[in-house]
Design a binder for this molecule. Sequence first.
Ligand code: AKG
Length: 357
Amino acid sequence: MENQQEFQERRVTFERPENHHVFLVAPDGDMLGLDDSGEPALFDEADDRVIWDRAPGGVRHVATGRVVPADIDEDACTLPLGSDEGTFTITHGPEKLPSEYLEHLKRKGWVCLTSVLSPEIVDGLQRVAGSDRHEGAPTIGDMPMVCQHSAVGRAICEPISLWLIRQYVQTRDLHLGHPANCRSLAPWDGKRPVQGWHSDIPYIPSVGGNLVADRKGPIKAVQRNVCVSDFTRQNGATAYKLGSHLADTLPPPEWNPARHGPDPNARPYSGPEADVIEAPAGSIVLYDARTWHRAGFNHSDRKRAAMLMSFQTADVIPKRDTRPVCKRLHESPVYRELDARQQREITELMMNQPDVA
Ligand SMILES: O=C(O)CCC(=O)C(=O)O
């Protein structure tokens, strides 16, 4: 008889937002905001200061409500800046203010930035993953994903999630734990072993001599799962035990019967004590690396693609040295499609590896 408790994870569902705020982006990638005295200024990090709405006759600064008169021509916005004027590109922004996401991340240990990536970036990621509209199309194969399409680098440098992670771990000095990869979860055949419940590095043993970090110590890593496809419980959205970052232990043995019981093919726990975050493609889920999680069971007949990243503090030894991939990126034409802010961020995140890496 079927186990009535299986595949019954609690759904936490985020719908595609009807409206998004916008960024005003300078040619070098810096973002226009209002400084503390209310004057327009450029910033390279995305807190509330750089979030705008289109408004009649100009742009409205969301946090202060101030309307700045501007000439708007489709996606170009020209306005006074100091003694001169500047022209900015109006780009896809978040549904909410960064401070609202930060409040949720600090209170709950996770947050969903729903549809924060633009449709163009989502399309590029799906192309690299060979998923969704591009399922069945040839993929590039033997080349790091970040060199295949600028969408990968743009997603790595998504500025609100970087700001949130830095605020959460209380340092600017981060590196990636491995090159960003697009993971495609194939339809599940009912038999194939599936991923078990785990926390992430450095809260589990790893390669390279990393010590397993104290779950009660300072936070050392945040995971970022980008929904490349729409994520639903049906197609294998990542499952979490939300709030488990505060637990003293790793997942209980009964949640991983394959690892701890007699049957090596026993399925991991998928009952109502677990959660799945359902969110549209282009959403980013950030979560404290201590959180118990696993890939879902893909009950659909299509691939479910995700891009997974680990952002680690300076003392964590990455699972894979990202510097060789970064050097290949620097030599690739894709690098020149990134703006100066993105080039700086990605180089910092991939080259700042501890020397032991
Ligand atoms: O593929 C997924 O849904 C998540 C996998 C994951 O986060 C992990 O392997 O750490």
